[in-house]
Design a protein around this ligand. Sequence first.
Ligand SMILES: O=C(O)c1ccccc1NCC(=O)[C@H](O)[C@H](O)COP(=O)(O)O
Length: 241
Amino acid sequence: MSNRLELLPAVDVRDGQAVRLVKGASGSETSFGEPLAAALAWQSAGAEWLHLVDLDAAFGTGDNRALVREVTERLDIKVELSGGIRDDATLAAALATGCRRVNLGTAALETPEWVAKVIAEHGDKIAVGLDVVGTTLKGRGWTKDGGDLYEVLARLDAEGCARYVVTDVNRDGTLTGPNLQLLRDVCAATDRPVVASGGVSSLADLLAIATLVPEGVEGAIVGKALYEQKFTLEEALEAVS
Ligand SMILES: O=C(O)c1ccccc1NCC(=O)[C@H](O)[C@H](O)COP(=O)(O)O
């Protein structure tokens, strides 16, 4: 495991546009233009990863599958794909984009047998998103309760899940800082790498997350702070280097 925090700039897509939501709430979108332009800008700035989310697929309001495929195909960097990947067909379509890994959310809560099967088949191409309010997991685009964080984490660990993407829903898109205690608690409960998501507002937030690398935090997803120019990706990469 590297001791440098990986950074994953985020492109969340709704109705063909790069958007940011507040606390994941459908309808709270601020639009930031073309997803491909944002993705190429992060790549030019030195990103090694892109966190790409199909919000329509997550919310069940359609999908942006063709666009997501185009973005993934046009990039040279690694892509983590999230949103609405819940069965064999959506997983096959996601993996066929050439993404490095996918992030499962709802499926881990609603169809655990299927998730155990695809973890066994695809290994570290599968990450699971643990999206929480308190210690209650959220699925279906973060709209439905889906069980206890630590019970589900223990089950997924036993099934061999390679990695978790941990989001405090109430911080996501709010620029109020990451939930460091949640990250510490999850790292204490699992030996798998954790990617922190939601709430980053400053370089100081990234440096705070970077102090958790020895505890098991591998990376940090950054969305709104980049779009709102709180810092540049170049500055962020330099800060954690
Ligand atoms: O990832 C999902 O599947 C998802 C589903 C429903 C609502 C939001 C979802 N993801 C949001 C993200 O992954 C954000 O891009 C990420 O947490 C960045 O947050 P921030 O830095 O606070 O803008």
